[in-house]
Design a binder for this molecule. Sequence first.
Ligand SMILES: O=C(O)CCC(=O)C(=O)O
Length: 360
Amino acid sequence: MYGSEAVAHDSERTAFRKAEKKYKLYCDHNKSSKKKKQPRPVDLSEVIDFKSILDSFNRNGELPPETFLSPCDFDRPVFCLESRPGFYFIPGAISVEEQCHWIRESLASFPQPPNRTNHNAIYGPIDDLFLAARERRVLVEENSSHTDGGSDSNSFACKVDGPIWKFSEEPGASSRGNMSKSMLASVLLRKLRWSTLGLQFDWSKRNYDVSLPHNKIPNALCQLAKKLAAPAMPLGEEFRPEAAIVNYFGLGDALGGHLDDMEADWSKPIVSMSLGCKAIFLLGGKSREDLPLAMFLRSGDVVLMAGEARECFHGVPRIFTDDENAEITPLELQFSDQDDLCFLEYIRTSRININMRQVF
Ligand SMILES: O=C(O)CCC(=O)C(=O)O
């Protein structure tokens, strides 16, 4: 009875949902072990590993069935999948030095106002969050009036005349001398989920709001995106990055299956860069019922999705933050060398994804 109920429940799920559930992090409480929470083992035997595909291709020129090399002129192998036209995977496309640079930028510069983050709806624009976290400061509510919009951190609502939050050395010490609401900057940094560069994306309306103020995407990032996009671009055309979404993942975070369909021209790729801890990426089909392919994304890997692949559901059900699976040793060495210990501390248990889009 119990078993048949469970089967019925599972059969109601789409193929994409089942795969998300398969790879998601579940922690079991182990009473006999000192470590209370243990990640439940997961079968990774079906996860495509483009790093080992690249290694074996470099060794003997062989590729697994259904995988082929893009004929484009690029300085390293670009892999494609017969079952997913318009999808490109470039393992290790970004050097370790560049990865460190974009991790620093993603934390210290991209969340700077007027760029928006998930914290805007509750706290308004927050200046220098990373610096404040580094200096162990506290965000304190200075005064109260009203906020236009809900408390949903994905909401795009503007603060018209809401509470003002400022960084302070001491929790609860506002200029008015009252006990106030406060939040550690380090906690806010850990709760940073997204920031937007260039044209700002409106999560509630799921479109771009060109009227909002924004910083230009840094030229170096535009140049990198143009170079990386080349294998997926129509002949003779150059990618024009106009907007970027930066996603931040911590232990247990996931990005549910979705489509990126808000841009006018789907022949232009989404250029998606992975930084930090290893993750599992799911690439489905045009329906959530299509069985998704699972693949590892490591720091420095780049994925391009153009044409038909733009119509495919995709998501990130899992990141690996443990020493054995995160695979961030080169980053750790680079950051320790440069004495960037705050960045190192963050990235040891996190993943950052920067995805760039041509909107028009
Ligand atoms: O984190 C990733 O690799 C994928 C991000 C993504 O799918 C998105 O932002 O639309």
